[in-house]
Structure formats: C-alpha cells, structure tokens
Ligand binder design. Sequence first.
Ligand SMILES: [Zn+2]
Length: 274
Amino acid sequence: MNIVLGIFLLSGLAFGQDLDFHRRESSLAFAKEFGVSGGEILIEENSQDCLRTGYQRSSGKIIFCSGSRVINGGRSSVDVIHHEFFHALFCGVNPELCADPENDYLQEALADAFAFRLTPDEFFGENFYTDQPYIRKYQTDWLPELVQSEHEKGSAVAAKFIRSGKPLSTFLPLFGKPMPSFVSVSVLGAPYSKLNRYRLKKNQTVSFNFQFDPSVKVKTISWQTPPGVEIVTNGLSSSIRLTEVFQGDKSFVSFKTDDGKEVGRWTFYFGREI
Ligand SMILES: [Zn+2]
C-alpha cells in the first residue's frame, strides 16, 4: 500500500463519512468494473426540502436527506454511499439504460453488487437506520423469476451478480430483456387481481393453485397470514377463507425446494367485502 492510499484509508476510517474519499474510491472501482470512467458524482448535503437520501435522476445529484429514522442523513453508512454513488457513475455514462423504468431492478442490483465489492460482508446498509442494524442481507436464495416487487427482484439479482464474481460490465446485456416469470397461479372462486388484492365475503372459500417452471424444483408452498385468514394447503394448492374478525393485512406465500430453502415468495392482500 502506498502512503497516499494509506492516508485516504485512515481518514475514511477516522471520520466514516469522508465523501471525497468515497467519491475517489468509487470512481476507481467503477472504472475497474466497467473499463470506462463513470459520470460525475454531484452531492447535495443539506437540502432544505428533500424526501429521502438517494440519487435524484432529475438533477443527477446524490441528496443526503435528514430523516427521523436515518443516521446523519445517510452519511454514516458506507454501503449506502457506495450504492448511491454507483447510480451517479452509471447514469452519467449510460443515460438510456439509467432512464428505463423496466430495468430499475437491474440498476439496483448492480448498485448493491458494487457496494458489496467495495465492502464485502453479510449485510447491506449498516449504520443507516436508527432502529434497525442494517437495510438488507446481500445473499438470498430467492430467484428473481419467483419474486414480485422490483426491490425483491433487485436483491435476488444482486445475489446472483455477487456469487458470479464476474466484472459488473458482464451484466449490461441483460438490460432491455424482459424477465420471465417461473410461477403462475390459477384462482377459483374469486376474480384474479393483478395487484394480488382480493375482497372476499365472510366464509367464502377461494382456491389458489400454483404452477412452477420445472427448472426451479419448487416442492412445497407455505403461507404466513395475519389472524383471521384460514388456509388449508395441499401440495401446491391452497384454499383460503376469511373469518369475521379479519381486519385486512398482507399475507405471504413462500415457495420452497425439497430441502426447505425459500426460493421465492408472493404477497397477497385479503380483505372482507362489506
Ligand atoms: Zn438505488
């Protein structure tokens, strides 16, 4: 290690929020991953009217935003700094890929994998929230084709990128290709809703039958539901009935392989029809 790098590292450790150090470190890492220099990292630290810490596409700036649950506006979390700096570096040189909402999950996955490369450990986003130790885990067994939200797809894809050990530029050709879904559901007894929201009458029974792509080897499903939702599961089918006391909340169905590994999950909302 040369002396200059040593001083950079020391100052980074001592203050934990030396944004210039992280800017330089992130720019070097980006050039290594992609073989080109990234865009400029512009920072706004004391924005008056901001909603949340993050990269703002409209202005191209990283905003550090004080929130009641956020430590130091996010400046104490090295992973978050690296993740947000990645967006600026990436969007500066790939404006079209950056702007495409269809590919949001891919950009999020690259940003997480980038943060992992710079600080490899189990958790993403330590020292960000006051009331939880980290934001998420890097590793997950989820398959991106078996989860629903962009956020969950992003996590699943990031885990794949990290496991591959390949330069992040390898994954650029994935942009612009729609992701297949490896699971579908047929519903009996209630109309299907795209948002997975169902309004049911008291004691009405609805059956869900899941079908999986054979490549994923899902063997069982299991539900987590709030009180008031009765579930009877048989193989990959479940019947669902609401009781009188039900107030309405999220239900999850987990997709598991033979060895009990959760490889995906879907969210449903069941509510009483009044
Ligand atoms: Zn992001």
